[in-house]
Write a protein that binds this ligand. Structure first.
Ligand code: G6P
Length: 609
C-alpha cells in the first residue's frame, strides 16, 4: 500500500528519495510524488498517476536540488487515481507539504469547516485536509502547528511534513500506520518500510502511536502530542540490502519460492530439541505458565496468513487437544467473539501491519485476552503490541503475493503445536517424531522444488483455461484455498478452493472438460476420500492435476497429470504440497505476461480497512 520516504541531511535528497521509493514500490501503488526544498526555500514538487519507472528518466533529468525532501507512493482509497489526489499535498500558500499513509476518517467535517474559513482545496483526497489544518495553526514553527492540528484529527496516519517557512526540518507523526526513522551519519531518513533505508543505515527508531518526531540535519527529538519528551531506543535491522534485491532471478516471486526450503530452515533453526521432543520458542518464555492454562485458541489473520492459520487449526486441535477456531480479521473485529480469561488469541501476519489484523488485536487486548503474534517483520506494530510472539525469520518478502512467508508461518504453527502439546498430553515419542521430521523438512522442500521444470510444462498446458478448482481435505484443504488464491492473485484466472467433500454439494455442477481441478491428495488419512473425489470429477470429463506422494503409482491411472512431493508426516505435508501450487501460479502468470510481483489492484500490506 502507500509508501513514505523522507530525507534530511547534508547530501542531495532527491537521488535518495528516488532509490528509496523504488525499493518500496512492491507494496503496490497507483501514483507517486516528490517534494524537495531547494534554493531560497523553493519547493520542487512532481507527482503523477501511473508507474514510477515510466517517469524515471524525466525525474533524473529534473534532479531537484536540495537536502530536505519527502516522497510517496499512493494506493488510492479516498479519491480516484489522479495527479491532484496523489501526494505530496499542500496548503493554500504552498508552505506546508506533506505525505500521508492511512485514512483521515473525519476529513469531510474538517474540510467543510476549513472551506468555510476560506481554505481552497484542489483535490478529493482526505490527506489534503491535513495540510490546510496545519496551515491554520502554523505560526512559524512546524512541529507546534502539527501537534495542534493532530488534536482534531480522527483516523490513521503515518506522516512526513515539511514547510518552506520553517525549512530546516521534517516533522513525522504516527497513529496506527507504521513509520520509522533511520539514523545515518549526519542524516536522518524517514520511511514507512525499512527496505527504503537499509542501504544507508541499519539503525532505526520505530515511532509509536501518538508520537511526533522532529528531524533537523543535526539532531532529532520525539514528543507526544502534548509536547512531553519521549526517549526511544535505537533498534538494529538484521537483514541486508541483497535480501531486497532480485539478483539473477526474473521476479521476486520466483526468488522467494526458491527460498521456501531456506525459510523453513530459518524458522526452525535453534528451536528444535530432538532428544526431548520439544521446541524452544524464546518469545513465549514470559508467558509459558499462562499458556499451560489456556483452554481455547482463536487464530486471526488475513489472506495467505489466514490459510496458514487454518492449517494451524488442524495442527492445534489434533496435537494439543485445545478447541481452536480461525477467523479472518476483517470479520472477527466486527463480530462479538465469546472469549474468557483462558482464551489465547494468535495473530498471524507477514507484515505485522495489516490494519484489520491489528484492529482485531486491539479488540482482544481491550478484553484482556492473552495475545500472541506470529510475525515476520521485526519491530512491526503487531510484534510490539502483542503480549508475546514468535518471529518467522523469513527475511524480507517483496512480491505482493505471499509465498515464502506462508512456509515460515506453517513452520512456526507446527512448532507451536509441539510446544503446547508437550505442555499437555503429547507423548515424548510423538514430540520426537514431529521435531525430527521438521529437521528433515528443508531438504524435502528442496527436493519438491526439483519438479519446477515439469510444473512449468503443466503451466503451458493449462494456461488457456479460464477456471480452476483446487480441492483438498483436512490439512490440505487450506492448501487448496491458498493454491487458488495464488492463481487468481497473479494470473487473474478464476480459481476457487473447495474442501474435497464439498464438491458434491454444488461445485461439481461446474465440472466439464473446460474446468480443470488441481487435487491435493498425498498418501494420508484422507487419501481414499480424495481418490473418490477425483473419480467423481473424471466421470464428468473434468481434467485433474494431482499433487501426490512419491511412489503413488495408482494416482497416475486416474489423474491427467501428477506432481509428486516427498513423503512426510501428515501434519507437515502442507509445507511441501503448497510449493508446486506456488510454482504453478507463478509460471501461468509469467506465460500470460502479467506483472507477477505487482499484480493489479493488490497491495503487499493492507494498512487501511
Ligand atoms: C495482502 C497481501 C497478501 C497477504 C495479506 C495479509 O492482501 O496481498 O499476500 O497474505 O495482505 O498480509 P499479512 O502481512 O498480514 O500477512
Amino acid at each position: 500500500m502507500c509508501g513514505i520516504v523522507g530525507y534530511i541531511g547534508k547530501k542531495p535528497a532527491f537521488p535518495f528519495l528516488l532509490s528509496g521509493l523504488k525499493r518500496i514500490l512492491y507494496r503496490g501503488y497507483d501514483s507517486f510524488g516528490f517534494g524537495v526544498i531547494g534554493k531560497e526555500n523553493k519547493l520542487n514538487c512532481f507527482k503523477r498517476p501511473g508507474k514510477l519507472d515510466e517517469w524515471e528518466q524525466k525525474l533524473l533529468e529534473m534532479n531537484f536540488e536540495g537536502n530536505i525532501g519527502i516522497a510517496h507512493t499512493r494506493w488510492a482509497t479516498t479519491g480516484t487515481v489522479t495527479e491532484a489526489n496523489s501526494h505530496p499535498h499542500w496548503d493554500c500558500h504552498r508552505n506546508i507539504f506533506l505525505v500521508h499513509n492511512g485514512i483521515i476518517e473525519n476529513y469531510k467535517e474538517l474540510k467543510e469547516k476549513l472551506e468555510k474559513e476560506g481554505h481552497k482545496f484542489h483535490s478529493e483526497c482526505d490527506t489534503e485536509v491535513l495540510a490546510h489544518l496545519i496551515e491554520k495553526f502554523f505560526k512559524g514553527n512546524l512541529e507546534t502547528a502539527v501537534r495542534n492540528a493532530l488534536k482534531f484529527v480522527r483516523g490513521t496516519y503515518g506522516l512526513a511534513i515539511i514547510a518552506r517557512n520553517d525549512p530546516e526540518k521534517i516533522v513525522v507523526a504516527r497513529n496506527s500506520s507504521p513509520i520509522l526513522i533511520g539514523i545515518g551519519e549526519n542524516e536522518y531518513i524517514v520511511a514507512s518500510d525499512a527496505a527504503a533505508i537499509v542501504d544507508r543505515t541499519k539503525k532505526v527508531i520505530y515511532l509509536d502511536d501518538g508520537e511526533v518526531a522532529v528531524l533537523t540535519p543535526s539532531r532529532f527529538f520525539i514528543t507526544d502530542i502534548n509536547q512531553n519528551q519521549i526517549e526511544k531506543n535505537i533498534k538494529e535491522i538484521d537483514w541486508d540490502l541483497e535480501e531486497v534485491q532480485k539478483g539473477d532471478y526474473s521476479h521476486f516471486m520466483i526468488k522467494e519460492i526458491i527460498e521456501e526450503p531456506e525459510t523453513i530452515e530459518n524458522a526452525v533453526r535453534g528451536r528444535l530439541m530432538i532428544e526431548e521432543g520439544r521446541v524452544k520458542l524464546g518469545g513465549l518464555d514470559g508467558i509459558q505458565e499462562k499458556l499451560r492454562k489456556i483452554n481455547r485458541i482463536i487464530l486471526v489473520a488475513c489472506g495467505t496468513a489466514g490459510y496458514a492459520a487454518r492449517v494451524g487449526e488442524y495442527m492445534l486441535e489434533e496435537y494439543v487437544g485445545i478447541p481452536t477456531e480461525v477467523d479472518i480479521a476483517s470479520e472477527f473485529r466486527y463480530r462479538k467473539p465469546v472469549v474468557d480469561k483462558n482464551t489465547a488469541a494468535i495473530f498471524v501476519s507477514q507484515s505485522g501491519e495489516t490494519a484489520d489484523t491489528l484492529a482485531a488485536l486491539k479488540e482482544m487486548k481491550e478484553k484482556g485476552i492473552l495475545t500472541i503474534g506470529i510475525t515476520n517483520v521485526v519491530g512491526s506494530t503487531q510484534s510490539r503490541e502483542t503480549d508475546a510472539g514468535v518471529y518467522t525469520r523469513s527475511g524480507p518478502e517483496i512480491a505482493v503475493a505471499s509465498t515464502k512467508a506462508f512456509l515460515g508461518q506453517l513452520a512456526i504453527l507446527s512448532m507451536l503445536a509441539v510446544y503446547l502439546g508437550r505442555q499437555r498430553e503429547m507423548a515424548l515419542v510423538m514430540g520426537k517424531r514431529i521435531v525430527s521430521e521438521l529437521t528433515k523438512l528443508p531438504e524435502l522442500a528442496k527436493e519438491t522444488l526439483k519438479s519446477a521444470p515439469e510444473i512449468e510444462k503443466l503451466a503451458k498446458k493449462y494456461k488457456n483455461f479460464k477456471n480452476f478448482w483446487f480441492i483438498g481435505r483436512k490439512y490440505n484443504f487450506p492448501i487448496a484455498l491458498e493454491g487458488a488464491l495464488k492463481l487468481k492473485e497473479i494470473s487473474y484466472l478464476h480459481a476457487e478452493g473447495v474442501a474435497g467433500g464439498e464438491l458434491k454439494h454444488g461445485p461439481i455442477a461446474l465440472i466439464d472438460e473446460n474446468f480443470p481441478t488441481v487435487a491435493i491428495c498425498p498418501l494420508d488419512s484422507v487419501y481414499e476420500k480424495m481418490i473418490s473425489n477425483i473419480q467423481e470429477i473424471k466421470a464428468r470429463e473434468g481434467k485433474v492435476i494431482a499433487v501426490a506422494t512419491q511412489g503413488d503409482k495408482d494416482i497416475k491411472k486416474i489423474a491427467d497429470d501428477v506432481i509428486y512431493i516427498p513423503k512426510t508426516l501428515e501434519m507437515l505435508t502442507p509445507m511441501l504440497s503448497v510449493i508446486p501450487l506456488h510454482l504453478f501460479a507463478y509460471y501461468i502468470a509469467v506465460l500470460l505476461g502479467h506483472d507477477v510481483d505487482k499484480p493489479r489492484n493488490l497491495a503487499k500490506s493492507c494498512t487501511v480497512e
